[in-house]
Design a protein around this ligand. Structure first.
Ligand SMILES: O=C(O)CCC(=O)C(=O)O
Length: 318
């Protein structure tokens, strides 16, 4: 178990921000301002046309329209670069994405850590998450388990079971809802356990997200054929997030990149007791945000992240 996931090759210019990411896994880094929010909303409206009454979740990476992914990334990069240049040094944007959560009980992202996308022994993977309207528990704000990046296992992939997949119910009390205003900038270590509940309001919840890497970090992915097989590490091209088409499915073959390593290790699967021990060792706090005293039950259903999420991918029309 890796319990020393400190901020590697820090790219945040502000020392306090970097300390917050290191300790808690996230930081609020100001607001991009209403003018820029409006510009991004107009980019969103120009490049996204959805079916009426769409349901579930739309995520840029689910689109097979590669020219859409490339153009969106370019336009958003141009708009956000001045802000990112203030916040980051020696960095690169690996992708700018849109995530839309339609009004629908099935629009939750279950508790997860992002899959491994760089060498975590040398670098720290960051996401920037900026909502284009206010977010709350009602429309699916991001919820995080502060400090949980500290005990993330460095090899995660869609082809094999995640360390915390079986303990969602134990993790839920530790989720902290991050209610945000339109344009607020959340920077987080994408190894931190995170989640977002369904959008129960009438309007779609739209967010833009950027992946931010150290400029020399290569994009890596992990693949495991089956229980007995080693974990294979693949190096991907820098344009991977614009050229790879199978993000919608759980990979059953290693269909992209160059294999650079095989590791004969078994990724850990945490039991309820393992997770509770980690929570204690890392002083995780209990927030109980998803506990409804009246019904005396958790109101968010337990769902395996990938299977349910990918079943509910919404239709995207260009
Ligand atoms: O936008 C959200 O609600 C969550 C997105 C997320 O967790 C992800 O893309 O990994």
């Amino acid at each position: 178990m890796n319990s020393n996931n400190t901020f590697k090759k820090c790219i945040l210019k502000n020392k306090q921000f970097s300390e917050n990411v290191n300790v808690n896994g996230y930081v609020f880094a100001g607001n991009i301002g209403s003018e820029l929010v409006l510009k991004i909303i107009s980019v969103y409206e120009e490049h996204h046309k959805f079916l009426e009454n769409s349901t579930g979740v739309f995520h840029t990476l689910y689109s097979n329209d590669l020219s859409y992914r490339i153009i969106l990334n370019k336009v958003l990069s141009e708009l956000l670069k001045p802000t990112y240049d203030i916040l980051f040094k020696n960095y690169k944007i690996i992708a700018n994405l849109i995530i839309t959560k339609f009004p629908d009980q099935n629009s939750a992202f279950d508790i997860h850590q992002d899959t491994t996308s760089l060498n975590e022994n040398a670098f720290t993977p960051l996401n920037v998450w900026i909502p284009l309207q206010d977010t709350s528990l009602e429309n699916g704000c991001l919820c995080v388990v502060p400090k949980s990046q500290k005990f993330a296992y460095p090899y995660r992939g869609t082809s094999f079971k995640g360390q915390f997949e079986d303990v969602s119910n134990e993790i839920k009390p530790y989720l902290l809802p991050l209610k945000m205003k339109a344009g607020d900038i959340l920077i987080f270590d994408n190894r931190m356990l995170h989640f977002s509940p369904p959008n129960t309001l009438k309007k779609p919840r739209v967010v833009m997200m950027s992946g931010i890497f150290q400029e020399e970090a290569e994009i890596l992915t992990c693949f495991k054929k089956d229980e007995q097989s080693p974990i294979e590490i693949y190096k991907q091209n820098d344009d991977y997030l614009f050229t790879y088409k199978n993000f919608q499915s759980i990979s059953t073959t290693s269909d992209s990149g160059i294999k650079i390593k095989e590791l004969y290790i078994k990724p850990p699967i945490s039991s309820k007791e393992d997770f509770l021990l980690l929570a204690e060792q890392h002083n995780l706090e209990i927030y109980n945000a998803f506990y409804t005293p009246i019904k005396n039950q958790l109101f968010v259903q337990k769902q395996p992240f990938l299977s349910t999420l990918f079943d509910k991918i919404t239709m995207f029309l260009k």
